[in-house]
Design a protein around this ligand. Structure first.
Ligand SMILES: Cc1cc2nc3c(=O)[nH]c(=O)nc-3n(C[C@H](O)[C@H](O)[C@H](O)COP(=O)(O)OP(=O)(O)OC[C@H]3O[C@@H](n4cnc5c(N)ncnc54)[C@H](O)[C@@H]3O)c2cc1C
Length: 459
């Protein structure tokens, strides 16, 4: 156990905890047995942006298996595509193992450096939510350690209430030890991608709407230029596609897969490197680089799904102040709210390096899962911009009044009451959580800030 300063990927709210790095079930059990009143929480690869995997003054169990000399702790059947894997294993390791055998992870976020445990706890979504739903929908079963050290098997059939409370439960129901995931069959390691730039926000929404052709594409996402004004407001670049057939790949080995990190962000970056002017210049170049008329081409898995992973530790580009990622969803018929939010950011001159729009499909059974049918907009911005808290609070009200909600895996801003309004099944989830953790062991900085758990129970 070492005292360690920890933050999320946004590098904002640092706190100190006793960190235990282990993948050993017995060590997990004995460690949680020593927890004091600040409790314990699991941590994967720390890619959630805020404080979901931190626990000030308590224990953080770092469940990662990178560079494990024993290799990947996984059992994969290439005939059925069923993968049983330790929760500490990353999507990166899974792809290296499964893509050459013709299988892909059913849901991937914008980085492959997340663990299976983190993917379940946040019920992550990808560019295919409108077709395939979120990660939890592809988990056939999972093994969970409860706060009393007992290990239980959960699935949508076997104790569904506990299973779905764990999916999207932000690590607050127990430690996920293993999971069985149904993988997706692919013929090649290439994605056939259509790219087109769209001149304003109406054009972006029309192209991505449910009554258009968007449902013909497994993957679909748009980058939006938040700094464009006037007739170009909300202009964007839409990319969508599906895994390419082997016959389309001009290569003897259509399943060859070789992700590489290309460059590293420097260790020291001046504050303000990513500012309104540098981002405006980037946005202009990015928009102009995209074809004005739809263009179809083949892209590699890293280029299409994980472009940011090409720059190691890119989160340092925001300098010491760190950055915030703000992601919300509103119902399909509330594009007016998206427009207002974009106008607010544009008027305030708050630049977002990454502004991404995605149409989501229906919600699954997990009470705390973020995705629900609607539009989700994700914005990155430097922390410490003057007036940012007020701007985001205004946006919170717009989102909540429209019946929307915020994504907890990205959050470092919203209030407990905003979560209560956004997640109507929160009381049901809290009573299941209490049943699973009657002593109130599982605690994180996020759960304390947002009142996710009733801490009147004491350890
Ligand atoms: C560049 C980038 C792009 C991203 N794109 C997307 C995206 O497209 N879609 C999306 O949904 N998310 C996205 N994310 C967010 C990311 O997928 C989630 O935050 C994910 O949970 C991170 O996994 P992790 O292993 O890093 O977990 P951590 O960040 O370490 O922890 C996240 C949560 O999981 C819990 N947890 C971790 N391991 C376990 C375990 N073994 N048992 C129980 N609970 C556990 C923690 O307690 C915490 O609550 C992105 C993040 C980055 C940095």
């Amino acid at each position: 156990m070492v005292m360690q300063r920890l933050s999320g990927w946004g590098r904002t709210a640092w706190t100190v905890a006793d960190l235990v790095h282990t993948t050993d079930v017995d060590v997990v059990r004995s460690t949680i047995g020593t927890a004091g009143e600040r409790g314990a929480i699991s941590r994967g690869l720390g890619r959630s942006y805020g404080a979901a995997a931190q626990n000030a003054g308590g224990i953080v169990l770092e469940m990662t298996a990178e560079n494990d000399p024993m290799g990947i702790d996984a059992d994969f059947d290439p005939l059925t595509g069923l993968l049983t894997v330790a929760a500490s294993v990353s999507i990166d390791a899974i792809l290296r193992m499964c893509v050459p055998q013709g299988w892909f992870i059913p849901v991937t976020p914008g980085t492959r450096f997340v663990t299976v445990g983190g993917a379940i706890a946040s019920d992550i979504h990808g560019k295919n939510h409108h077709i395939d739903g979120s990660f939890g929908q592809h988990v056939r079963s999972l093994t969970l350690m409860l706060s009393n050290g007992e290990v239980v098997e959960l699935s949508p059939e076997q104790n569904p209430a506990w299973f779905w409370a764990t999916v999207g439960g932000m690590g607050l129901t127990g430690v996920v030890l293993r999971a069985t995931v149904a993988m997706l069959k692919i013929e090649s390691s290439r994605v056939e991608v259509e790219t087109v730039r769209l001149e304003n926000f109406d054009a972006v929404c029309a192209a991505m709407s449910a009554d258009g052709v968007d449902d013909d594409y497994r993957y679909s996402v748009a980058w939006v230029d938040l700094l464009a004004t006037g007739a170009s407001m909300g202009r964007g670049v839409l990319t969508r596609g599906d895994h390419a057939a082997a016959s389309k790949v001009d290569n003897n080995d259509p399943l060859a897969y070789d992700p590489r990190l290309t460059v590293s962000a420097p260790g020291w970056v001046p504050n303000g490197l990513l500012n309104k002017w540098s981002i405006k210049a980037f946005n202009e170049a990015w928009y102009r680089k995209a074809p004005a008329k739809s263009h179809i081409g083949l892209e590699s898995i890293p280029a299409f799904f994980h472009p940011l992973d090409g720059v190691n530790r890119w989160n340092r580009l925001y300098g010491k102040q760190g950055f915030i990622q703000y992601q919300f969803i509103v119902p399909l018929d509330r594009t007016d709210v998206l427009r207002k939010v974009i106008e607010k950011f544009s008027d305030a001159g708050v630049a977002s390096f990454l502004a991404v729009l995605k149409r989501m499909g229906p919600q699954n059974n997990a009470p705390m899962s973020f995705p629900t049918e609607g539009w989700t907009l994700t914005l990155d911005m430097a922390a410490g911009i003057s007036g940012l808290a007020e701007l985001l609070s205004d946006v919170d009200s717009l989102v909540l009044d429209a019946g929307g909600r915020h994504y907890l895996a990205k959050d470092s801003h919203v209030s407990a009451s905003a979560v209560r309004r956004g997640y109507p099944r929160i009381d049901e989830w809290m009573s299941t959580q209490e049943e699973m953790d009657p002593i109130g062991l599982w605690r994180s900085d996020l759960s304390r800030r947002l009142g996710l758990v009733d801490y009147r129970r004491s350890l």
